[in-house]
Design a protein around this ligand. Structure first.
Ligand SMILES: NC(=O)c1ccc[n+]([C@@H]2O[C@H](COP(=O)([O-])OP(=O)(O)OC[C@H]3O[C@@H](n4cnc5c(N)ncnc54)[C@H](O)[C@@H]3O)[C@@H](O)[C@H]2O)c1
Length: 437
């Protein structure tokens, strides 16, 4: 099969490389010149484990290439996937669909024959229909189908998620479109991954519903953590006790500083707006958005309280900046409001993140010092704050931390450390929803 992937970001690049690995001939179309040049030279602009190898192998095999010439990329394609960004629109929380609509129009003008135009971007209900209108208006003569194939991959395990998905959702209305997508995804039939065929609106909504549900689970356990702190419970035992119930499940029950990233914050907000516009408000999701925003904003106060009420002129070591481990993505990371507030209150922040520091530099206050490794961020700190649970931070021995620090305060916003071991090493441990020092 021949495929064009519009957009070479996280989703476009991973999906494009994986489709090539499945055996299709894929051209990834990217308009950002710097990104395109990097990709053509074999440099992967994002950090995603295994992606550099997958791209290199498939490029060498002649199945994957990168271009900014849309007409050349669309020549003879069976399907065009739109994987451009759908960020939150300024001011109203709706998804900004300008990149999607622009791509749809460009594709319509450049296609020379029938193809299925598939949205992989996360888009509100109704976008597929609008794409049909835009394409028809641009090219009344063109035969095409529009389909929705939302992407559920997770940054950090994107390739595995794509190659062995829990399910693939395909919203399509013609048998011809379904057949093209069936053939593209054939390798997944062989491993018996469930493929759910739906209408276009259902597929569009399924993606938002999935992310909103997961965000709700995270927010629920965060609230249970706060309650544990008040009543003397341990949130890990609560999470385990409820998670072992098969109806609930154990995943996404880890308390933390609030969810961030490129998807949950914007998708929950967009779902709230979609539902309000449709006259069926999702009160639960509205609460999730509000509770999570408030949580991220108040996390710095925990650090300040742990430091005795003030961080002025204190050295705060920060371990981890990205919204989760195994990515360099800083979008909506809890680190952003937390570090900004600490700096505003007069702290001297020295931070280390294995992959996210380049992106962080552009987003955090200029006074933040970026360290070469974790121990440099720990050295001389009055307080240490763990913000992202990278594996290498888990391995830091309590005695080593205590010896390198100037002060005694450890704020563990991901609950990765053993409170007893930290206490025995002489540190004052502050976790989330578990008994303190
Ligand atoms: N990042 C994730 O983990 C994830 C997971 C599932 C779904 N999604 C969804 O997938 C979509 C893409 O997300 P992303 O994180 O890959 O975004 P991204 O911002 O990393 O990448 C989008 C890319 O598209 C390019 N682009 C924009 N318009 C273009 C055009 N007309 N032609 C060619 N290239 C164009 C941009 O230059 C950019 O490189 C979003 O809707 C997102 O919600 C993301």
């Amino acid at each position: 099969m021949r495929i064009a992937m519009i957009g070479g970001g996280y989703v476009g690049l991973v999906s494009g490389a994986c489709f090539a690995e499945f055996g299709s001939e894929v051209t990834v179309v990217e308009t950002d010149r710097a990104k395109l040049d990097a990709l053509r030279q074999g440099h992967i602009p994002i950090y995603e484990p295994g992606l550099d190898r997958l791209v290199a192998d498939n490029t060498a095999a002649g199945r994957l290439r990168f271009d900014d010439d849309l007409a050349a990329a669309l020549d003879g394609v069976d399907a065009v996937f739109i994987a451009v960004g759908t960020p939150t629109r300024r001011g109203d929380g709706h998804a900004d669909l300008s990149y999607v609509y622009a791509a749809a129009e460009q594709v319509a003008r450049a296609l020379s024959g029938y193809a299925v135009v598939v949205t992989k971007s996360t888009v509100p209900v109704g976008t597929g229909r609008r794409i049909v209108e835009i394409m028809r208006h641009a090219r009344p003569d063109l035969a095409f189908d529009v389909a929705s194939n939302p992407e559920f991959l997770r940054e950090g395990s994107a390739i595995e998620d794509f190659m062995r998905p829990d399910r693939v959702v395909i919203g399509a209305e013609s048998e011809r479109a379904r057949e093209v997508l069936r053939r593209i995804y054939r390798p997944l039939y062989l491993i018996e991954a469930p493929i759910v065929f739906t209408g276009i609106e259902t597929a569009e909504l399924a993606k938002y519903a999935s992310n909103a549900f997961l965000a709700m689970k995270v927010t629920f356990i965060n609230e249970m953590a706060d309650l544990c702190e008040k009543v003397g419970g341990d949130v890990h035992d609560v999470a385990r006790s409820i998670g072992l119930d098969g109806r609930i499940g154990r995943k996404f029950l880890h308390p933390g500083p609030g969810f961030g990233g490129s998807c949950f914050p914007k998708d929950t907000l967009a779902l709230v707006r979609i539902a309000q516009d449709a006259g069926a408000p999702t009160r639960l999701v509205e609460s999730v958005v509000a509770v999570n925003d408030a949580r991220k904003a108040t996390m710095a106060m925990r650090v300040i309280a742990a430091c005795g009420g003030s961080v002025r002129n204190k050295v705060i070591g920060v371990l981890g900046l990205t919204f989760k481990p195994e990515t360099d993505d800083m979008r909506e990371a809890p680190a952003l409001p937390i570090v900004a507030r600490l700096v505003e209150d007069g702290a001297q922040v020295q931070a280390f993140d294995p992959q996210g520091m380049e992106q962080a530099r552009a987003l955090l206050p200029p006074s933040v010092t970026y360290c070469r490794d974790a121990m440099e961020a720990v050295a001389g700190a009055d307080a240490l704050v763990l913000l992202t649970e990278w594996n290498e931070f888990r391995a830091l021995a309590p005695a080593r931390l205590a010896a390198a620090m100037r002060g005694r305060v450890l704020v563990d916003l991901r609950n990765v450390y053993d409170p007893t071991a930290m206490r025995e090493a002489g540190l004052t441990y502050h976790g989330i929803g578990r008994p303190h020092s």
